[in-house]
Ligand binder design. Structure first.
Ligand SMILES: [Zn+2]
Length: 348
């Protein structure tokens, strides 16, 4: 397989000429960092017996396949803990995607190519030391979603199949119903262009054949849908107030868009499990009612410790909610790219 074989332009339309009504709603959950055994074991145990909707038993649309996640881990934690290495190895044996989030979790926005390569390489070796072979480590996510053009050059140099660090959906004309499908970086990244100025360090040049699985923004439910999701109206205003009071960034309650990571919702915006669940459900519902752009949920196992049961219940409830929809398939990013290369309709 050569990287340059892949070429898919950014588009809100599904690939292969398929209509939204025909395609599976692909959902991924990617857990970053993974420094601790217990919360990682919790989600692995939860996945054990989960299966995707049975559909027509077509493997090409993952009908009835086991529900598996992606883990973007830091090598530094693995090097310190034989128990954590064992959990990573067992997760890989169980079919989860185990891959790279740099070794040290440094801020890398101004890294050189050599620094990115070193951070990726060290992490890769730590995962190999867990028993996860090089060829199984196909994806990369940057710490803090901080990247520059050298990130992608390094990822290509090391043979990664995809990156999942670029945010999409902040474009003013996008509202959760017309998000871009994943694309290759042959002509840069629309999401990047929407958030940076020409010449900015973060600007992404062309990296033909490297897949970008965007981390789309989550959408906060509007007040007229709050009851449907079992929450009090005013969620966006509560988030804006919390962020402002806690020294956060400038956040607009108008657009109701927030970075698609659990950290931003639960920590930076101070939301509890039920409100996090409402945001996840609404974000998925908008896609199900429109173009079915794949959804990557960015998460962190460490944010789901045993003493935060409402958070655990929320994520478990979201997974159950997604799987209630006959058209949803929860897949790994490698499975997603397999489908994008050869798009097949549900129930063909
Ligand atoms: Zn991280």
């Amino acid at each position: 397989m050569t990287l340059s074989a892949d070429q898919l332009a950014p588009s809100p339309a599904p690939p292969g000429g398929l209509s939204p009504a025909e395609v599976p709603q692909l959902v991924m959950i990617g857990f970053d960092d993974n420094p601790a055994v217990e919360p990682m074991q919790w989600i692995l145990d939860h996945a054990l017996n989960l299966r995707n909707p049975a559909g027509g038993a077509d493997a090409a649309t993952f009908d009835g396949s086991p529900v598996r996640f992606a883990f973007y881990s830091n090598g530094t934690y693995l090097d310190d803990s034989p128990e954590l290495r064992t959990v990573h190895y067992q997760a890989w044996l169980a079919g989860h995607e185990m891959t790279n989030h740099t070794h040290h979790h440094y801020h890398g926005g101004e890294f050189t190519l050599e620094q990115w390569v070193e951070e990726m390489e060290l992490c890769r070796l730590s995962l190999v030391a867990c028993g996860i072979p090089n060829e199984a480590q196909r994806g990369f996510r940057t710490p803090f979603l901080e990247y520059n053009d050298a990130t992608f050059a390094a990822a290509r140099q090391l043979g990664f199949l995809y990156d999942t660090s670029i945010e999409e959906g902040y474009q003013p004309d996008q509202d959760g119903t017309n998000f871009l499908w994943p694309y290759t970086l042959d002509h840069g990244s629309p999401g990047n262009q929407a958030t940076t100025q020409p010449g900015d360090l973060k600007r992404v040049q062309n990296h033909p054949g490297l897949w970008e699985i965007p981390l789309h923004v989550f959408l906060v439910p509007p007040d007229d849908r709050a009851a449907e999701y079992g929450i009090e109206p005013g969620l966006a205003d509560r988030m804006a107030a919390y962020i402002a009071a806690n020294g956060g960034w400038e956040w607009s309650a108008e657009t109701r868009k927030i970075s698609g990571l659990d950290w931003n919702v639960m920590e930076a915006a101070g939301r509890d499990g039920p409100e996090f669940l409402a945001i996840l459900k609404h974000t998925l519902d908008l896609r199900l009612a429109s173009n079915r752009a794949p959804l990557m949920v960015g998460a962190h196992t460490a944010l789901f410790p045993a003493d935060e049961p409402d958070r655990r219940e929320a994520l478990e409830a979201f997974i159950a909610y997604a799987l209630e929809h006959p058209e949803v398939r929860i897949v790994t990013p490698i499975q997603l790219i397999k489908w994008l290369r050869d798009p097949v309709a549900l129930g063909r």
